[in-house]
Design a protein around this ligand. Structure first.
Ligand SMILES: [Zn+2]
Length: 151
C-alpha cells in the first residue's frame, strides 16, 4: 500500500519557485506547529505551515475539544490565521502529523478549504525517504465552488 498513495506525485515534477523558503524548511515549521497542537484525546498532533505569495509563513495546529465534533484541523486553523493576518494568497502548505516521515494528507474538509483560496496550491507532505509535492486540485478533483460576488 505504501508508495501507491500518491501515484501522481511519483510521476512528474512539481516546481518549487520559492527559493527563500525551501519545502524542507516549510515542513520543519509545520513540525514546530505540531508540537504545539492541543490533542489530549487522540494524541495525534498535526501541524501546518502555510506559505503566502509574499513570503510569509503562517502556522496552524489541530485543536481538539471534549465535544469531538468541535475539533479543528491544523490546515483550517492556518487558513483562518492567514485571513486574520490580512493575506488571501496562499501558494503552498506543508502538513505533518503523527510519526515523522509518515504522510499526513489533509482531510476532505481541509481539501475543500484549501481549494477555496488556491486550486494550484502546492501541498507538501512527508514520506519515509523524501518530501511529496502535490497540487490541491489533485487532492480534490471536481471540488465544489461558487461564483464570488463580494470582496
Ligand atoms: Zn482537516
Amino acid at each position: 500500500m505504501k508508495g501507491a498513495v500518491f501515484p501522481m506525485a511519483e510521476d512528474r515534477k512539481i516546481s518549487w519557485p520559492w527559493p527563500d523558503t525551501p519545502a524542507e524548511s516549510l515542513v520543519q515549521r509545520a513540525r514546530t506547529a505540531a508540537t504545539r497542537a492541543y490533542a489530549p484525546y487522540s494524541g495525534f498532533k498535526v501541524g501546518a505551515a502555510l506559505l503566502t505569495s509574499d513570503g510569509c509563513v503562517i502556522l496552524g495546529c489541530n485543536v481538539e475539544n471534549a465535544s469531538y465534533g468541535m475539533s479543528l484541523c491544523a490546515e483550517r486553523n492556518a487558513i483562518a490565521s492567514m485571513i486574520a493576518m490580512g493575506h488571501l494568497d496562499p501558494v503552498a502548505i506543508a502538513v505533518v502529523g503523527g510519526m515523522s516521515g509518515t504522510p499526513c494528507p489533509p482531510c476532505g474538509a481541509c481539501r475543500q478549504v484549501l481549494m477555496e483560496f488556491n486550486e494550484d496550491m502546492t501541498v507538501v507532505l512527508e514520506s519515509p525517504n523524501r518530501i511529496i509535492l502535490i497540487k490541491a486540485y489533485e487532492l480534490l478533483p471536481l471540488s465544489f465552488s461558487l461564483e464570488k460576488r463580494h470582496e
